[in-house]
Ligand binder design. Structure first.
Ligand SMILES: [Zn+2]
Length: 248
C-alpha cells in the first residue's frame, strides 16, 4: 500500500463528518418546520369546520323560526276568517286548521331548542379553537424566525467547511487525491483513529503487529471496515490542519 499523508486524510475525514453533522441539523430543522405546518393546518381546519357548523346551525334555527312565523300568521288569518264564516262546516274546518297549525307550531318550537343549544356549545368550542389557532400562529412565527436564523448560521458554517475541504483537496498529491475521491464516492469513512488498540469506526480490535505498524506511521486499512487507520499523532496534526485552514 502506498504511503498517504495520514494527517491530511484525517483532516478530510473530520471535514466530512462536520459537514454531515451540519446537514443532519438542517434536515432536523426542515422536519420540525413540516411538523409545525402540519399541526397549524390541522388547527386551521378544525377552526373552519367549527365555523361552518356554527353557520349551519344558525340557518337551521332561522328556518325553524320562519316556520313558526308562517304558522302563527296562518292561525291569525284563520281566526279572522272565523268571524266571517258563512256556515258551520266552514267554521269547523277553520277551527281544525287552527288546532292542527297550533300543534305543528309547538312541535317546531320544541325543535328550535336543539340548534339553539348546539349553537351555544359550538360557539364555545369555536372561541377556544380561535385562541388555540392564534397561539399556534404566533408561536409558529417566532419559531420560524429562530429557525431561519439557525439555518442561516448552519449554511454559513457549512460553506466555511466546504471551502476548507476544497482547499485541502487542492493541496493533495495526485495519488492521495485519487484515493480520497475513490472512497469519498462510496460514502464510507475515509479513515479511522486508532483508539487504544481498536478502530474508531467499527470498534474491531487490531492484532499487536498491526497496532505497532500504525503507530510507526505505516499505511494500514482496518481489516473489518477498510477505513485507513490513523495514529494519534497524525490525528492531532489533522486537527491542527483544520484550525489553520479555517483561519486562513
Ligand atoms: Zn474498522
Amino acid at each position: 500500500m502506498p504511503t498517504y499523508p495520514l494527517e491530511k486524510l484525517w483532516a478530510l475525514e473530520l471535514f466530512r463528518r462536520e459537514l454531515k453533522g451540519l446537514g443532519k441539523q438542517r434536515a432536523a430543522l426542515a422536519e420540525e418546520r413540516e411538523e409545525r405546518e402540519r399541526l397549524r393546518q390541522q388547527a386551521d381546519q378544525k377552526h373552519n369546520e367549527l365555523h361552518e357548523r356554527k353557520l349551519r346551525l344558525a340557518i337551521d334555527q332561522q328556518k325553524l323560526e320562519m316556520d313558526v312565523e308562517k304558522l302563527t300568521t296562518r292561525q291569525q288569518k284563520h281566526r279572522n276568517q272565523l268571524l266571517s264564516a258563512s256556515n258551520n262546516r266552514e267554521y269547523s274546518t277553520l277551527l281544525s286548521e287552527i288546532k292542527h297549525d297550533g300543534e305543528r307550531q309547538r312541535t317546531v318550537e320544541e325543535r328550535i331548542l336543539e340548534p339553539m343549544e348546539q349553537r351555544e356549545e359550538v360557539a364555545g368550542e369555536f372561541e377556544r379553537s380561535e385562541e388555540e389557532l392564534s397561539v399556534i400562529n404566533s408561536q409558529g412565527e417566532q419559531r420560524e424566525k429562530e429557525t431561519a436564523a439557525e439555518e442561516q448560521r448552519l449554511s454559513e458554517e457549512a460553506d466555511l467547511k466546504q471551502r476548507g475541504l476544497a482547499k485541502l483537496v487542492a493541496q493533495l498529491d495526485d495519488n492521495t487525491a485519487r484515493f480520497y475521491r475513490r472512497i469519498h464516492d462510496t460514502g464510507r469513512p475515509i479513515c479511522a483513529e486508532l483508539r487504544e488498540r481498536a478502530c474508531s469506526v467499527c470498534g474491531v480490535e487490531l492484532p499487536s503487529q498491526a497496532v505497532s505498524e500504525v503507530l510507526n506511521g505505516k499505511a494500514r486499512q482496518c481489516e473489518s471496515c477498510a477505513a485507513m487507520l490513523v495514529d494519534p499523532e497524525s490525528a492531532s496534526q489533522g486537527r491542527a490542519i483544520i484550525r489553520n485552514l479555517e483561519k486562513s
